[in-house]
Structure formats: structure tokens, C-alpha cells
Design a protein around this ligand. Structure first.
Ligand code: SF4
Length: 323
């Protein structure tokens, strides 16, 4: 059985965020925004990576006047226009952008679509949770609306659930059912990340227990039962001690792995090397590099116009990454 991964460079454009999730160790109120030069520096380091992973705080220009001022000085009237320009910069340097920009309206998705191989938004959980009580962007109905709108626009989409943030077992099943229904309606979900909560120092949830390995395995099995077969299940390889039991439980993707940038969301854990990953497959699975857009969507040509030339160069006949 094939297990996929993508080689990426992680671009945390800003840690400023309008939300305040109780488990988040990434968010900061110190004003910060990566300049074009910084983005370019990261891209130039990223030897062999094909994916530019844009992950950052949600709509920082809505709550930080200083961010609006920096953007104005750089010639942007809003944050999303700056993100689109950074997408274009990544393409210029030979990368396929995958952007996680939080909740988006139809017109905002349309802005990003031409310059991205795929887009992403973690559902987290499809139920209201206390840890999201200070996060307007974590209202389940808004997140579902964004994923649905991306479906209407036929944008290949990555979503996922965060396990162990106060939800009940049946909430996990419900959240996976919601994702499965969205995929059945629009066919656009390429992968679902099943991510375990990790407590971060200095956050409201620093003493909250992590989900056990057994609970995570049970959730991956549940995901495999609920999600249509063509939707991949991703387990982040830096957040579990051994991916093998998760692959046996039904996971078939190991996400984006970077040789040059850390996981800025979980900086306490290192990415495994490709050789370590191969060893962890115990000879039972074949590790294959994919692009930030899954083979099915490459074949359907459901990618932004601006990335089509790069995808033609990077994709093999089956839609995986050409080795
Ligand atoms: S988890 Fe994401 S949305 Fe929540 S505070 Fe952190 S950066 Fe913002």
C-alpha cells in the first residue's frame, strides 16, 4: 500500500491572529509580518521542496492597526492581497503554494484559487468548545461554510480534526461525518488530518492531558470507517512516536515534511528524516512523494491557472511527484 508525503517549506507569514485558541502556542501579540525578502530567503533555502506551505494567524489586519499600517507602507490595502503576492513569489521560485488562511468568503477563495495548488482549513471539531470561546473564526458553522464554498468552487481541499481539545468521542465521529458529507456533496476533500493535541507552555491548556495513543488509533480507525475511501487520512509524523500502528489503523499520508523549516505550530517536535520514515514503514508500505495537490485532482486539472506549468513539470503520469 502506498503512503504519501510532501516536501515543503513552511512559511509562517504572521503569528498575529484575531483568534485566541486556548491551546495555541503559535499566536503572538508582538507585531510581526514576514517581509517579501524574508519569504524569499526561506524559499531559497528549500532545497528539493515543491510545496510552499503558507500557515499563519487569521485575519490579523482586522484586529491590529499596526499590521494595517505595515501593509499600507508596502502598498497593500488588505492582508489577503499580500498573501496572494507571496503565493506569486513562491510560484516564481518554483514552488506550489498551499495556503491555510482561516475562514474565507467566496470572493476571498476566488482570490487565492488561481495561485494555489490546493487550500486548507482545519475544521478542528464541528461542535462548539470552550477552548474556542475567544476565537470568532472557530465557530463550526463558519468553518463548514468555508469548506462548502471551496467545494462549490471545486478547490482541492485539506481539512482535519484536532483531537483532545475538550470534545467527546461522539463529537469526533460527528465532525468526521460532517467532513464526509461535504466530500460526498462536492468531491473536493483530498485529505483529512487527524491531529493530536499537544499542550504548550504558557497557554491556558498547558496542563490539559494529551489524548492517548489508544484514543488516537481509535480515532484514525473511526475516520477510515466514516470517510470515503478516496479521502486520505493524514497523521503528522512528528506528533506521534511511531507512525506504523497508525498506518495499520488506516492512515495513508504523512503530510508535509520540511528539511529546512521547523513545524512552527509544534516547534518542540522535529520532523523525521525521509530515511527514518522509510524505516518506520517496516517494509509493509511504499513511501511516495506527492505534491500539495493529490493525484486525483492533478488528473482532473483542478488547480489554479498560475500553477499549471509547474504541475506539468512536477507531476508524473499518475499525478504523484516525479522523482
Ligand atoms: S490556533 Fe490558529 S486560529 Fe487559533 S489562535 Fe492559534 S493561530 Fe490563531
Amino acid at each position: 500500500m502506498i503512503v504519501t508525503y510532501s516536501r515543503n517549506v513552511f512559511l509562517p507569514l504572521t503569528r498575529n491572529c484575531r483568534n485566541n485558541c486556548w491551546y495555541c502556542g503559535f499566536r503572538s501579540d508582538l507585531i510581526n509580518l514576514m517581509s517579501k525578502e524574508e519569504v524569499e530567503k526561506f524559499l531559497k533555502q528549500a532545497n528539493g521542496a515543491k510545496e510552499a506551505l503558507f500557515t499563519f494567524g487569521e485575519k490579523p489586519d482586522q484586529v491590529y492597526p499596526e499590521i494595517r499600517k505595515i501593509l499600507r507602507n508596502w502598498g497593500y490595502s488588505n492582508f489577503l492581497d499580500y498573501v496572494v503576492d507571496m503565493n506569486k513569489l513562491a510560484i516564481k521560485h518554483g514552488f506550489l503554494p498551499h495556503t491555510n488562511a482561516g475562514i474565507l468568503k467566496r470572493e476571498e477563495l476566488l482570490k487565492l484559487k488561481p495561485f494555489n495548488a490546493s487550500l486548507g482549513l482545519m475544521l478542528e471539531q464541528a461542535v462548539e468548545l470552550e477552548c474556542h470561546s475567544e476565537s470568532v473564526g472557530k465557530k463550526p458553522e463558519l468553518r463548514i461554510k468555508t469548506i462548502r464554498e471551496a467545494g462549490r468552487l471545486q478547490i482541492p481541499f485539506t481539512t482535519g480534526i484536532l483531537v483532545g481539545i475538550g470534545e467527546k468521542r461522539y463529537d469526533r465521529a460527528y465532525s468526521l461525518e460532517v467532513i464526509a458529507d461535504l466530500h460526498r456533496e462536492f468531491g473536493h476533500i483530498q485529505e483529512v488530518i487527524v491531529q493530536n493535541f499537544k499542550p504548550k507552555k504558557g497557554t491556558k491548556m498547558e496542563k490539559f492531558p494529551e489524548p492517548s495513543v489508544e484514543e488516537m488509533l481509535e480515532t484514525v480507525k473511526l475516520a477510515r470507517q466514516i470517510l470515503p475511501r478516496e479521502v486520505a487520512i493524514q497523521i503528522p509524523p512528528n506528533l506521534v512516536s511511531d507512525v506504523y500502528p497508525f498506518l495499520k489503523a488506516g492512515a495513508n499520508d504523512l503530510g508535509g515534511i520540511s528539511e529546512v523549516t521547523p513545524d512552527y505550530i509544534n516547534p518542540e517536535t522535529n520532523w523525521p528524516s525521509i530515511n527514518e520514515l522509510i524505516a518506520s514503514l517496516r517494509g509493509e508500505f511504499i513511501l511516495k512523494e506527492r505534491l500539495p495537490i493529490y493525484p486525483k485532482f492533478v488528473k482532473l486539472k483542478l488547480f489554479g491557472n498560475a500553477v499549471s506549468e509547474l504541475i506539468e513539470v512536477y507531476a508524473d503520469d499518475n499525478g504523484y511527484s516525479r522523482s
